[in-house]
Design a binder for this molecule. Structure first.
Ligand SMILES: [Fe+2]
Length: 338
């Protein structure tokens, strides 16, 4: 198989209050608005190379509208669409803003994905132009503002099946997975199209609602910027949901908080690069520190909330089966520091 995909290019989300979300991204995260089309607002980080990396679309609830990957070539776009349709996927071709001819489909677990080759490279206005040739524009003046989009993490009813399908059909490398200490239940996996530990995360979803998103992440250059962002968010009255700390998987510093729609945003930095073409994914357990490198604090239950909200009275509040809650949220009580 030729290399099909190169990297995550943008994430589109829905928000019940687009202007409240956009104001938050501009003032608290440090993104800038680049366009408005049919009610959708297009935003970017200061270091994103293309026209935009985030689209906020009007909707009745917070959700993933689509997650977009740039292919590795024009031929790879055609090949990816051919392979998807050979799998029975029924996608559609369309012309998208600043991405030209693109292929959009809904995967087997209900997640919209957009593939495109064409891009429009960001051209800064004179007042925003950097003095450095490689920078798309000047560094943001918002403290701790991310340089660029990093990854998206979705929720699905079968982590292993999801990972295997995206590996087999589109060539995502599977980098690691987490199973529970008590039972061979896969609760998390990370996949990548490049040398990063992941640009697509997968969490177990116990709800009956397909196509949900757990969070998406922006990259900051340094841990210090991540800590400054946390400091400033606290000063501005924005609750921090989890972190700052380090994930064992990927060894990335993380910080989670929510935008006004309640959708979860992550800032991250650090971690390894992995270029191994035949990497064999390791299996982690929560007690090994998959989520918390230091093995000294449990992940808050709220972190399992995915979007949109789970359906129906039979769904647990955050879509996590009752029988695995203890194993997920209190792994160190039973298993100590390992
Ligand atoms: Fe993440």
């Amino acid at each position: 198989m030729i290399k099909l995909l190169s990297h995550l290019s943008y994430v589109a989300v829905t928000s019940p209050d687009v202007e409240a979300s956009v104001d938050f991204y501009v003032t608290q995260v440090g993104l800038s608005v680049v366009d408005r089309i049919d009610g959708a607002v297009y935003l970017r980080c200061w270091g994103d190379y293309y026209a935009y990396s985030l689209v906020v679309i009007p909707g009745t609830e917070p959700s993933l509208a689509t997650m977009a990957w740039r292919t590795s070539s024009p031929e790879a776009l055609e090949e990816a669409a051919r392979l998807l349709e050979a799998e029975g996927v029924d996608g559609e071709w369309f012309d998208g803003p600043s991405i030209g001819r693109a292929y959009r489909f809904v995967g087997p677990w209900g997640h919209s994905m957009t593939l495109h080759w064409d891009v429009v490279r960001h051209q800064a206005l004179p007042a925003e132009a950097s003095i450095y040739p490689d920078r798309p524009e000047k560094r943001s003046k918002v403290a701790g503002a991310p340089r660029q989009l990093d990854h998206v993490t979705i929720a699905t009813s079968s982590v292993d099946d999801f990972a295997a399908w995206y590996n087999r059909v589109l060539g995502f490398r599977i980098m690691a997975k987490t199973i529970l200490d008590e039972a061979p239940i896969s609760v998390f996996s990370v996949l990548t199209t490049n040398e990063k530990s992941h640009d697509l995360g997968v969490v177990l979803d116990g709800s009956t609602r397909a196509g949900r998103i757990n969070h998406y992440a922006f990259w900051v250059d340094t841990r210090e910027e991540l800590l400054i962002a946390a400091d400033v968010l606290m000063e501005n009255g924005i609750p921090i949901e989890y972190g700052p700390s380090i994930h064992g998987i990927g060894e990335q510093n993380f910080l989670y908080y929510r935008e006004p729609s309640t959708l979860r945003i992550e800032l991250n930095t650090g971690g390894y690069r992995n270029y191994v073409p035949d990497w064999e994914p390791n299996t982690w357990k929560p007690s090994l520190g998959s989520n918390n490198f230091y093995r000294n604090s449990a992940m808050p239950m709220s972190m399992t909330e995915s979007f949109p909200a789970a359906d129906g009275p039979s769904a647990t509040e955050e879509g996590v089966p009752d029988e695995i809650k203890d194993a997920l949220f209190n792994p160190y009580a039973k298993h100590g520091q390992g």
